[in-house]
Design a protein around this ligand. Structure first.
Ligand code: M6R
Length: 366
């Protein structure tokens, strides 16, 4: 049932191109220029009355929600807050009938996420769920459900569920933009075109999958490391760091690159690995100057950039490139090398990749 792969996690990493295609599926119209989300039953009037969006989730789904915040703010120009469910539900959040609450949960059974959903409904908010399980508690209780068609995810470490959640956010962000008229049709069509090209680009990254083994083996001999990035690269850094902690048990911290010098830079010493994401064109120069700061203090830097960005090669010790796409879509590509890094680092350390210690696939306790 692992289809020839050694672990479910590796199988699921390789299922991502299919998960992207299935999640986009019939949600893109035939002309390839627009999104159709028939499952969202909000009227145009309801969409236009949204004053704020709250995205609520736990763990990896929360990290997808951080990317979702950027997507919705950019495409729909509505203010968005993303919070972890176990914080949100206890902090008396300001939820009004004009708040759109989006809950994200692979399993649809996470206790804190479900409780946050119920609180949002009690306050009169409209709740949209992004979930991988049709008929789950979250799916049953939400007003609208966008199903991610990733298929069953067995490995405790989430991979294809996360990336399918990103696809769901792109679709939903485009749907909001279409309904609100917040972006012109030409721009929407260009995002849809690039979205459709993502699965083939993920395949290109996966073809070089074994290349990440060496990288992982180098990382696996350390007990501490950093992931840095700005903007969407920071959101992906958080996910890369969680994945690595969860299955390799190596401590790592994800940091906004520009924030390092406000304290954390003191931890950079000779030989410490720093994984630097620099896929965002408009932030590239700024990230490179942060890379120089850690290099000057002895860090060993692995850089991740978009193809053709030769500048990074000079600034780092090793470099990996991902195919070019729109900066907004890059998380759907840049996370793949980080998933493979975590996988091979876990293997190198002889851990149980699919069932890491202390963790359960579905967290139904508070
Ligand atoms: O089923 P959910 O998406 O609600 O689960 C949320 C988290 O428990 C989950 O994403 C967890 O962080 C993963 N094990 C991370 O790989």
């Amino acid at each position: 049932e692992k289809a020839g792969f050694d672990h479910f996690m590796l199988k699921e990493i390789h299922e991502q191109p299919k998960a992207y295609r299935d999640t986009m599926g019939s949600r893109i119209d035939e002309s390839g220029t627009k999104v159709i989300l028939n499952e969202v039953k909000m009227t145009a009037e309801q969409v236009k009355s949204i004053q704020q969006v709250h995205i609520i989730a736990c763990g990896t789904a929360y990290h997808a929600g951080l990317v979702g915040k950027s997507i919705i703010e950019k495409l729909a120009r509505i203010p968005v807050e993303t919070d972890v469910a176990s914080e949100y539900r206890y902090r008396s959040p300001i939820i009004t009938p004009n708040t759109l609450v989006i809950v994200v949960s692979q399993s649809g059974e996470t206790a804190d996420t479900l409780a946050a959903l119920r609180e949002a409904k009690r306050c009169g908010a409209h709740v949209v769920a992004i979930t991988n399980v049709v008929g789950s508690s979250v799916a049953r209780e939400a007003d609208d459900v966008i199903v991610t068609w990733a298929g069953p995810e067995i490995a405790v470490a989430s991979t294809k569920a996360y990336t399918s959640q990103l696809i769901a956010f792109y679709l939903f962000g485009l749907y909001l933009a279409q309904t609100l008229g917040s972006q012109d049709g030409e721009y929407i069509a260009s995002v849809v075109t690039e979205l459709k090209e993502l699965p083939a680009k993920v395949e290109q990254i996966l073809e070089q999958g074994e290349a990440f083994k060496d990288w992982a083996e180098q990382v696996a001999s350390h007990n501490n490391l950093f992931f840095i990035g700005r903007g969407l690269d920071y959101a992906v850094a958080l996910e890369g760091s969680l994945k690595l902690k969860e299955i390799s048990y190596i401590h790592s911290e994800a940091y906004p690159a520009g924030e390092l010098k406000h304290g954390t830079l003191a931890l950079i010493e000779e030989g410490i690995p720093v994984i630097a994401l620099a896929t965002q064109d408009d932030l590239f120069e700024k990230t490179v100057s942060n890379i120089k700061e850690v290099k000057a203090r002895g860090a060993y830097v692995f850089g991740l950039h978009s193809e053709g960005e030769t500048e990074l090669v000079k600034a780092v010790d090793q470099v990996f490139s991902i195919p070019n796409t729109l900066p907004l879509l890059s998380p759907a590509l840049s996370v793949i090398p980080l998933q493979l890094l975590a996988y091979y680092a876990s293997l190198a350390r002889g851990n149980d990749v699919d069932k890491p210690r202390n963790l359960a696939k579905s967290v139904t306790v508070e």
